[in-house]
Design a protein around this ligand. Sequence first.
Ligand code: GDP
Length: 369
Amino acid sequence: SLKAGIVGLPNVGKSTLFNSVVENGKAQAANFPFCTIEPNVGKVAVPDPRLHVLSHLSKSQRAVPTSIEFVDIAGLVKGASQGEGLGNKFLSHIREVDSILQVVRCFEDNDVVHVNGKVDPMSDVDVINLELVFSDLDQIEKRMEKLKKGKAKDSQSKVKEEAEKSALEKIQQALMDGKPARSVSLTDFEKDAVKHLCLLTMKPVIYVANVAESDLSAPESNPYVAEVKKLASELQSGLVTVSAQVESELTELPLEERTEYLASLGVKESGLGNLIRETYGLLGLRTYFTSGEKETKAWTILSGMTAPQAAGVIHSDFEKGFIRAETVGYDDFVAVGSFGAAREKGLLRLEGKDYIVQEGDVMLFRFNV
Ligand code: GDP
């Protein structure tokens, strides 16, 4: 599944948030095959009310949500990009994730030491971003050295190398101006040519403003949050406000008491659902469903995937032997209640191998084995 890495300076609340996400995931989805792979990796269900509607209509024995992996990447500090061993190790963990959640401390608490002596979200964001920028610059320099030697064997790889070079020059310039690689406009061909470098500042970012419980009901009245919000929009990034502390306390309460506790703080829902949904949306992900008596299941695909590719997410044999997909849009399915009824009413479509799967499609694959 797709991975989101949680980064930030020490003592901003990363672990508290990570643990809450994981604990909450366990409690919310009792029959979800939850697993912690490593102490710092947790798989979390993506909340989706449509799943339960479909499951109810199909009288499914169980409903299985789709999931995202969260990775707690501790240890990113000033100087990490110059660091030998450890610093580089943290950066290499970030290289492997699909998106970055940067936790920014917006809460005051004299008992919790701030690494730089005072709460200053803009400076914290800068410190982290600079490390990512330095690391990318370093990598680009090394790559450009290699490209200069021009080892392309045929004209096709030559064209690709040229595209890579031109893209890297543009990105390098942006990085030197302190801007992330994702802010550079590149052609699809150029994007493809630099993909193999897994540049850190190419990854989508969500800023997670960690606020005090007293700020939850009106986060933007906290001037730190307002600053981070402005910055996030300048950097084409998302923003989510949470209180890691509150989330952590919520995980200790029985489910039925949580709503009451949240209400006492002036909010309706926990910030985690929002965080998970934002992460999902930011990655350009889509959900389609399979639904039958045995189970109703949500599946994650990338936007633009064809029906066979989507079938391949379930099993590679489904993709290889793909014949067609019986498809009903989510709203149509809910309106009539079943595949059978959809067929009778002419709402069931027979889609072939070029069909681009749409958000919310309910699908039944026909394939050769
Ligand atoms: P990390 O180093 O970024 O992983 O930070 P931790 O999650 O370990 O948190 C550092 C300290 O800050 C711990 O003592 C937490 O209890 C505390 N902390 C985390 N989030 C909050 C918060 O929202 N409010 C307050 N007051 N303390 C918090």
